[in-house]
Design a protein around this ligand. Sequence first.
Ligand SMILES: *[C@@H]1O[C@H](CO)[C@@H](O)[C@H](O)[C@H]1NC(C)=O
Ligand SMILES: *[C@@H]1O[C@H](CO)[C@@H](O)[C@H](O)[C@H]1NC(C)=O
Ligand SMILES: *[C@@H]1O[C@H](CO)[C@@H](O)[C@H](O)[C@H]1NC(C)=O
Ligand SMILES: *[C@@H]1O[C@H](CO)[C@@H](O)[C@H](O)[C@H]1NC(C)=O
Ligand SMILES: *[C@@H]1O[C@H](CO)[C@@H](O)[C@H](O)[C@H]1NC(C)=O
Length: 446
Amino acid sequence: MNKLILLIIILQIVNIFASTAPGFLVSCINTNDGSCISCEPDPSVERLFFGDSATNCYVQDCSARPHLLNAYVCKSCFGIVGSFQISGQFYDPAINDCVAQCPNDSIVYQQTCLRINKTGANVICASNTYDCTGCGSSISIQALFTYVQSTICRYTDCSIAPSSYSGYICKSCFQEVGAHTAFSIGAYYYPSTNSCISQCPIGTYPDQSYTCQQVVNYGDLVSCGTAGTPQGTCTRCGSTQAIQNLFQWDSNSNCKIINCSIVPHFYNGNVCKSCYKAANAASAFKIGPYFNPITNSCVASCPSFTFSDNDNICQNYPTNPVLGKNVACGTESIKGGETASCNKCGDIQTTQSLFTYDLKTLGVNCFYADCRTTQSTLNGWICNSCDGVPGSNIPPGIYFNGTTCTYTCNKGVANSKSGYICQNSINLSEHKLNFVQFLLFLCLLF
Ligand SMILES: *[C@@H]1O[C@H](CO)[C@@H](O)[C@H](O)[C@H]1NC(C)=O
Ligand SMILES: *[C@@H]1O[C@H](CO)[C@@H](O)[C@H](O)[C@H]1NC(C)=O
Ligand SMILES: *[C@@H]1O[C@H](CO)[C@@H](O)[C@H](O)[C@H]1NC(C)=O
Ligand SMILES: *[C@@H]1O[C@H](CO)[C@@H](O)[C@H](O)[C@H]1NC(C)=O
Ligand SMILES: *[C@@H]1O[C@H](CO)[C@@H](O)[C@H](O)[C@H]1NC(C)=O
């Protein structure tokens, strides 16, 4: 008995001097070679266990803490004098340490604390009936889901925030008990911030995959492109590369503006034409389909004495204007009074300004300044001034019948008093004059 005690004391002394603390025997998984390899937490880096068989192994030196632990190490070293660990015989991989008790949110499996996954709610995102392809853009995101059935999957563990998201992750984990705080915000995925969000920001909308997508502001099709297979071009849509790049080829010779909410520094008639009626177009594009190069802006119609070319650009006529004939819609200049004007040549100033006061005759004469331009608003004076003038584009006729220039009024009469507009109501005072003339004529006869 004394000898045994002495032996133990000697062994302890030897141990202390060798500063080793061998652990208790543990039983690991049997391997064919009978070694303790199956006990090792990281056999590629270090060997901790010794023993004569896999079911009879111990940590050779419990005084040194290995970089990686496992349940065998915890169990073998717990309670050993001089052991690096005094915490307990369970292993918690989440903190790579030994613990007396596994955390509340985990279960014990072979002395190891396994976290209970906070499974997310079911979401319909599987694109087949056996895995969760379709629940995310990458394989790594798809692998975070557990297949349920049909096209249903759910996020496997909402307590863990992923490094990259999909809308289905946000949807599956939103408001799940025990979910990571990243999932408390909302059920939509906003790619710009790579996070879940409660509402898609202005300028974006949630698509079917709960992802906030940029609002697309495509323009209408304009046939300024060049057909081609598989891809045409939009090089004819603008004179500069910058303008061409605003367009996207669509089909045949059709191109469209990619984003009508962007107003570039320089643009053209094709841009105006494409964005004029587009949803979400910038206000600069809502004015009209033509481009006025003088003001560098879209306009509802080309200014006076310019015309829209095939590219919707307002162009000046290349040659001298085709002057109209004099018509009596002017006002003479009165000494000390009004200056001469053509303000009786049209109801509105825009029409009046299309006439030029004839300084040669200095009477009531004005002439239409350029009979090549077909204005949206015609009137009798314009018809009268341009009728028979070579090079005129104004419809032939000396009266305006409400639609176009004509030589005869279908209804009513027209004369200088009515501004050469066919009118139903005949001016009575004029009629009276005609009656007086008729009487004079009768007097002359007799
Ligand atoms: C775990 O649960 C016990 C009993 O329900 C409780 O006393 C303890 O505070 C919980 N621990 C944690 C970390 O939540
Ligand atoms: C938790 O999910 C992981 C995958 O993320 C899985 O490997 C593990 O088995 C799950 N744990 C439990 C207890 O279901
Ligand atoms: C369109 O342009 C606006 C303004 O620059 C921008 O906020 C929006 O994200 C763009 N949309 C797309 C689909 O690129
Ligand atoms: C005006 O004249 C044109 C051409 O003759 C005719 O087609 C049109 O119906 C006329 N409009 C009216 C209101 O009389
Ligand atoms: C009729 O003619 C008279 C004299 O020419 C003119 O003063 C008057 O304004 C005309 N009335 C209408 C309705 O055109």
